[in-house]
Design a protein around this ligand. Sequence first.
Ligand SMILES: NC(=O)c1ccc[n+]([C@@H]2O[C@H](COP(=O)([O-])OP(=O)(O)OC[C@H]3O[C@@H](n4cnc5c(N)ncnc54)[C@H](O)[C@@H]3O)[C@@H](O)[C@H]2O)c1
Length: 249
Amino acid sequence: MSTAVITGAGSGIGRAIAIELATHDHEVVIIEIDEAAGEETAAAIGEAGGTARVVSCDISNTESTEAAFSQIESIDILVNNAGIAAVGNVESCTPEELDHIYSVNVKGMYHCLHFAIPIMVKGGGGSVINLASVASYLGLQDRFAYSMSKGAVLSMTMSIARDYIDQGIRCNCVCPARVHTPFVDGYLEKNYSEEERPQMFKALSEWQPIGRMGTPEEIAGMVTYLSSKQAAFITGSAFEIDGGVTNLR
Ligand SMILES: NC(=O)c1ccc[n+]([C@@H]2O[C@H](COP(=O)([O-])OP(=O)(O)OC[C@H]3O[C@@H](n4cnc5c(N)ncnc54)[C@H](O)[C@@H]3O)[C@@H](O)[C@H]2O)c1
């Protein structure tokens, strides 16, 4: 049985990816800072007849990530999904906020790649899929720090694809527009009153030309395809899953 490691699989997109990969006969390893949420995903996979375990880890911390990957013997698929959001422009973004976003979305992804790639090389290769965003390449309003971090995800994807092509590692990223997950609900809760939220939810949905947000399962479908043998010719690519945002707005 091959092994799929997914960061941040306790919630949203990561959880859907873990569940989908488990149904494709992969043993799933969930890397999570929120261990209880990770265990919920593992239990859902177990109930459906799959195999999953949780490794508790804060990917922004070097020692924690090293310790997590030292517990994993082989990796066929690595999905770098864990990430956090931030709202604001360059003036409202504080130095502390910038560091925090960088520490999870950029350095955290670096940590996972740094400790996972040697395991993958030793095993003869595999597939890496990173969660980027349309923010990686579009100028989104009020997303200064987040866009910075997702731009780095896009360029880390290309670096890994280039450097490890001869070792049998493919590396791609997916670039979703808005996907309805706790990430979005948390944003609405933090920034809008209960009365304002339905209107904001509608506006966030209609921002996509297709008229709605994506679902975690739609992202999981693309990630599963990219990790499969059918995608053996695909590396160094970035895939929009965005309801038309990039090309139709
Ligand atoms: N939801 C969207 O609209 C959207 C759009 C484009 C890209 N993305 C990206 O997709 C990814 C997943 O987003 P989501 O909406 O499912 O988010 P989410 O908040 O629902 O889930 C993120 C998970 O990552 C975990 N996590 C956070 N910090 C961590 C850390 N330091 N160490 C380990 N785990 C940590 C959280 O505990 C959580 O379970 C993120 O990288 C996000 O930037 C999301």
